[in-house]
Write a protein that binds this ligand. Structure first.
Ligand SMILES: [Zn+2]
Length: 66
């Protein structure tokens, strides 16, 4: 007899609807793929821009003579 696990509900960060936070929900903590994609879309905008760090000076020397 399987243990009755009560699905843990969390609030979707995107639409504020209830979403199931469980391994069966691949979009957790979002309620759906749509909400997750919307959130990922926001990451692509200025709202969540992450500064890209260039590995400055760690590359092999290239004198530019091609
Ligand atoms: Zn949602």
């Amino acid at each position: 007899m399987p243990t009755p696990t009560r699905p843990r509900l969390v609030r979707c960060p995107q639409c504020s609807g209830m979403s199931e936070y469980s391994p069966t929900n691949p979009w957790r903590p979002f309620c759906s793929e749509r909400c997750k994609l919307i959130d990922l879309g926001q990451w692509a905008t200025d709202a969540y821009r992450i500064p890209v760090e260039e590995p400055d000076g760690s590359l092999p020397m290239d004198d530019g003579d091609h």
